[in-house]
Design a protein around this ligand. Structure first.
Ligand code: BTN
Length: 251
């Protein structure tokens, strides 16, 4: 177990060679409130979990397979909001370590030049587990072999392999700072960076929520609501939790 100076997120970092799933282990450790802030980073996952029951390929020494366990106050027990916290931290970590710009694809993917390099899985039980799977040094051939043509890794776009430990430290630092801001009741800065990294405000988009697809201009996106204005000028608003997909509209 390594200790670090982070106050909330990653105040302790447990490094493992191999585990079935860091999210599963973090959820198990939620029996003890003293594990608030614990981060678990595994070299390899044998049963990495993705969204919608999918598996997440987590080969050894290629990526950052990381989970953080938190016990947030009631106002922050919102997986949608914790997903934003993680997505913004990942984009800004990638930029800090590579100077490459990424985009958040609603709700939980991080794209680099159109390829998914990171997925986020937030699971809410006794605690909140934020799971981050970031493909760092995975060779391009591994995605082709797994028929994951839309997936990619950071190293596919950099001249040399990247230092994963540095990425973990940077990522935990970003998560810690932004979580502290949220705990202090300050969400505006994170909301604004979320809008920026999503790159859709003011553009024509399609929202899929509980009803059929709605097309319009995205006029607001914050932790309370996502608001579209359709061609007739009518406004449509949903809480972020109700938005299944939010995509740029095809012209
Ligand atoms: C997705 O489907 O896009 C989400 C993938 C999340 C994968 C990460 S890897 C670390 C953590 N542990 C898991 O079992 N899953 C998440």
């Amino acid at each position: 177990m390594e200790s670090d100076k982070r106050e909330f997120v990653g105040n302790r970092l447990l490094r493992l060679d191999r585990v079935d799933s860091t999210n599963r282990l973090a959820a198990e450790l939620a029996v003890d409130l003293a594990n608030n802030g614990l981060a678990i980073w595994a070299e390899e996952q044998t049963a990495g979990r993705g969204r919608m029951g999918r598996t997440w390929q987590s080969p050894p020494a290629c990526g950052v397979w990381l989970s953080v366990l938190l016990f947030p106050p009631e106002s922050l027990r919102r997986p949608a909001l914790m997903t934003v916290l993680a997505a913004v931290a990942v984009c800004e970590t990638i930029y800090a370590c590579t100077q490459l710009q990424t985009k958040i694809k609603w709700p939980n993917d991080i794209l680099l030049q159109g390829r998914k390099v990171c997925g986020i899985l937030v699971e809410q039980g006794r605690g909140t587990v934020i799971g981050i799977g970031l493909n760092v040094n995975t060779p391009a051939e591994a995605f082709a072999a797994a028929h994951l043509e839309q997936a990619g890794s950071l190293a596919m776009f950099t001249a040399a392999p990247l230092d994963r430990a540095q990425i973990v430290r940077t990522l935990l630092g970003h998560l810690d700072r932004d979580y502290a801001e949220l705990l202090a009741g300050r969400a505006e800065d994170l909301e604004s960076r979320w809008r920026w990294h999503s790159g859709l405000l003011g553009r024509q988009v399609v929202v899929l929520a509980n009803e059929g697809p709605v097309r319009g201009r995205l006029v607001e996106m914050n932790f309370a609501s996502v608001v579209l204005q359709d061609a007739e000028g009518a406004l449509h608003a949903w809480p972020p939790e109700a938005v299944v997909t939010l995509l740029p509209a095809a012209d």
